[in-house]
Design a protein around this ligand. Sequence first.
Ligand code: B12
Length: 215
Amino acid sequence: MSKEEIFKAAQQAINEYNANAAKEAAQRGLAEGIDPMELMSRGFIPGISQVGDNFAQGTCFLPALIQAADAMRIATEIINAAIPAEKQQKKGKIVIGTVEGDIHDIGKTIVVALLKANGFEVYDLGRDIPTEKFLEKADDVGADIIGTSTLLTTTMEGQKKLELAWKKAGLKRKYKTMVGGAPVTQRWADRIGADAYAEDAGEAVKKAKQLLGLS
Ligand code: B12
């Protein structure tokens, strides 16, 4: 099977909500020596994006979306496990999670895996996380950066709430903030006063390094 055929198989597996085929495509791609992030970005992500578009257009419904997400989760687990671990000294501490009211976490999990692979110490709080939890954990571990993910336009406010938390308490900002998720843009980040925005996991690593003066 060629590289392109594997990407196509990965995309098709998600489009057809087929968890077994997704697992097979992920394993096959890695066995063929394809870079894990390339397999994700050229195979599985276009697959789940297509399902999202179909859902928006009303040609696929919630049960199918859930099945596709499950196939995506299985592929993501296999791919994340294959991202080589960074053996260097830890670069900085990042607390990350999906904001309150939002249970989407596939993209955030990819960001976590790539940050870890690049030597960051990452505390993944999971999904549906209230602002206070982010702050508590960041204080606990002495984080450098708090990263928030959101996939719903209705929960983007959770990212703003984090920025406002300092203002409300009259405190100087203790941590750098980094925001992401499909509806998030640089413009939104600027508007709420976040320190960085990243479009994808690779960019998130670059921005985290920049925030900590490592590049
Ligand atoms: C999979 C999926 C689901 C799964 C989620 C499973 C899971 N464990 O995550 C399930 C089925 C549960 C689901 C549920 C719902 N979903 Co949904 N879902 C999607 C879908 C198809 C794909 C999301 C995804 O995983 N993308 C792939 C990943 C890799 O991309 P990503 O998340 O954007 O992440 C990348 C970047 O954004 C960035 N990034 C992500 N996080 C972070 C964080 C930081 C700090 C940084 C720097 C970067 C970063 O890096 C990532 C890797 O490259 C999207 C469609 C889409 N195109 O986004 C809809 C979508 C987000 N869902 C949608 C909706 C409406 C819902 C529901 C409300 C449906 C319903 N009626 O119940 C519920 C919401 C439940 C809730 N309260 O959260 C809408 C949102 C519309 C809107 N404008 O708000 C979308 C856009 C579909 C659509 N087109 O209508 N969904």
